[in-house]
Design a protein around this ligand. Structure first.
Ligand SMILES: [Zn+2]
Length: 117
């Protein structure tokens, strides 16, 4: 097997992993209203797939789970989201399951988005 073929296969594996992560998070969102625990299971599986394939989580889902307890987060349900402008513009997300607080710079996200588009 040539190097090129192997590289292609790895790319294929990552593509499949990305699809699975997308599907799992979508499922998590869908089942959350009636089964938050099942949603959390989907997150765990998605994170396992993501780590194994060494892929990045899509921006869309990156902030939808708690970094500490891995709960699927829904703003207004089990997460509190606040925008803060000081000391720099950032988003504060608090997981209401374990109390973990995550902060994400707001400007950088805008820039990243622009670059991706
Ligand atoms: Zn948590």
């Amino acid at each position: 097997m040539g190097r090129r073929t192997r590289k292609k296969e790895q790319g294929e594996k990552k593509r499949v992993a990305r699809e699975r992560v997308e599907t799992l998070f979508t499922l998590a969102e869908r089942v959350f209203p009636y089964s938050p625990e099942l949603a959390n299971r989907y997150v765990e599986i998605a994170l396992a797939v993501q780590q194994k394939a060494k892929i990045r989580l899509p921006r869309k889902w990156k902030r939808r789970y708690c970094k500490r307890c891995h709960s699927f987060l829904v703003p207004g349900k089990n997460a509190r989201v606040r925008l803060r402008s000081r000391p720099y513009p950032h988003v504060v997300i608090k997981c209401l399951n374990c109390g973990h607080i995550m902060r994400y710079p707001y400007l950088r996200e805008k820039k990243e988005k622009r670059r991706a588009d």
